[in-house]
Design a protein around this ligand. Structure first.
Ligand SMILES: O=C(O)[C@H](O)[C@@H](O)[C@@H](O)[C@H](O)CO
Ligand SMILES: [Mg+2]
Length: 402
């Protein structure tokens, strides 16, 4: 049995090469937790123009978690909940907490020599079907998207997610609608039914625009429409849902089980996308899946950051009942990100497989981690928000330079 939490180290890592697929995670926060009996666990927190605030928040989590029994994961989490007055509404606090929480699971798994999924009920599946994201950097026209999607297909994926809305923001003009439709219809024509198309709206539209954009894409039998509305307009989701048959997905900005519960029972969502790095970690993400299952709703965990997040998420995918599909940016990561882990999981033919080793199942390359330590924020690009794939926030959209 692992003992008390003796040390929590917080690493801000990055490399100054251009990060095309996921500019929002060109920096990463990795935490390393060590217990009094020398067991080490790792966790990861998202950044997205909040790298330094998350790092600071992790210092707060550290003040609560240090010297606690590492096995008492839930109790320690609730202790932080008690102290962290803004946790329910703070992406920074919940991200920092999630990183430490998952590191504790890594330790507990290692101490009893079991992979985390075995501590959560055991395997439901050996192989986890993935969809590719991040593959479409610099894609603007339908042909650009089709060409790059063919490359992704060659790697074995039969599902892709992408944002076809260019630089339309809040509202969408005729050109924006036409261009989005061309992209989606181009992919549908080129792949027929052999490719699932997952449409990313990035929560950037108001109601009118969301209605128009979902309407125009409705005939293309998409897998889901993700975050079609600005997140605070959630009360209008039931109305939007009633106008289309394509499932509505959301969850990457929903921070805990109770908030997911509201979205579910109030009929706002068909597929949920919790993120283990910002919904209080592994235990809460597992509970969220259970709540969704009780309502007959599937889970497609959001996974847009680094390899520790991916390993933690795969442990959940392996064990939950209502798994539907798993997001992956892996194929478009820069080399340094791929090399942070010596081992952990494999992605082959569009499917993930965990190592099955104890804890999260990963082996961190400590040398590489230390070599990439920085102290700073992600780069800021005034022309393109950090949440889009590079080179895609262009065109004659409503947020464009005319
Ligand atoms: O679904 C996804 O992967 C996300 O929306 C992704 O595209 C990003 O915008 C990112 O997570 C921002 O932090
Ligand atoms: Mg998204």
């Amino acid at each position: 049995m692992a003992g008390k939490i003796k040390e929590i180290e917080i690493y801000n890592v990055s490399e100054k090469t251009s990060e095309k697929s996921s500019p929002w995670s060109s920096t990463m926060i990795i935490v390393k937790v060590t217990t009094s009996d020398g067991i080490v666990g790792y966790g990861e927190a998202p950044t997205t123009l909040m790298t330094l605030p998350v790092k600071e928040s992790a210092e707060e989590v550290k003040r609560v978690f240090l010297n606690k029994d590492v096995n008492e994961i839930y109790k320690n989490t609730m202790e932080f909940y008690k102290h962290s007055f803004y946790l329910s509404r703070s992406m920074e606090a919940t991200s920092a907490l999630s990183a430490v929480e998952m590191a504790c699971w890594d330790i507990v798994g290692k101490s009893c020599k079991e992979p985390v999924y075995n501590l959560l009920g055991g395997k439901m599946r050996d192989s986890v079907r993935a969809y590719s994201n991040g593959w479409y950097s610099d894609c603007v026209t339908a042909d650009d998207f089709v060409d790059k999607a063919k490359e992704i297909r060659k790697k074995g994926f039969d599902a892709v997610k992408f944002d076809p809305f260019g630089n339309n923001y809040d509202t969408i003009n005729k050109k924006g609608l036409e261009s989005a439709e061309n992209i989606v219809s181009g992919l549908r024509e080129s792949f027929g039914d052999s490719m699932d198309l997952l449409i990313e709206f990035h929560g950037r539209f108001s109601m009118e625009a969301a209605k128009k954009a979902t309407q125009i894409l409705e005939p293309y039998d998409c897998f889901f429409f993700e975050e079609p509305l600005h997140p605070e307009l959630e009360m209008r989701l039931p109305e939007l849902r009633s106008t289309v048959n394509t499932p509505i997905a959301l969850g990457e900005r929903v921070l805990n089980a109770r908030d997911f519960m509201r979205n579910i029972v109030e009929g706002k969502v068909d597929i949920i996308q919790p993120d283990v790095t910002n919904s209080r970690g592994i235990l809460e993400s597992f509970k969220i899946a259970t709540i969704a299952d009780a309502w007959g709703i599937p889970v497609a965990y959001h996974n847009a950051f680094g390899p520790v997040q991916t390993a933690a998420t795969l442990n959940l995918d392996t064990t939950i009942n209502n798994f539907i599909i798993q997001e992956s940016f892996e194929e478009s990561w820069p080399e340094w990100k791929k090399k942070l882990l010596k081992s952990g999981y494999k992605l082959e033919n569009g499917h993930f497989k965990l190592s099955g080793k104890p804890g999260l199942g990963i082996e961190m390359d400590e040398k590489s981690l230390k070599e990439h330590m920085v102290n700073g924020m992600e780069p800021f690009d005034p022309e393109s928000p950090p949440w889009v794939v590079s080179g895609t926030y262009v065109g004659e959209g409503t947020d464009g330079k005319q």
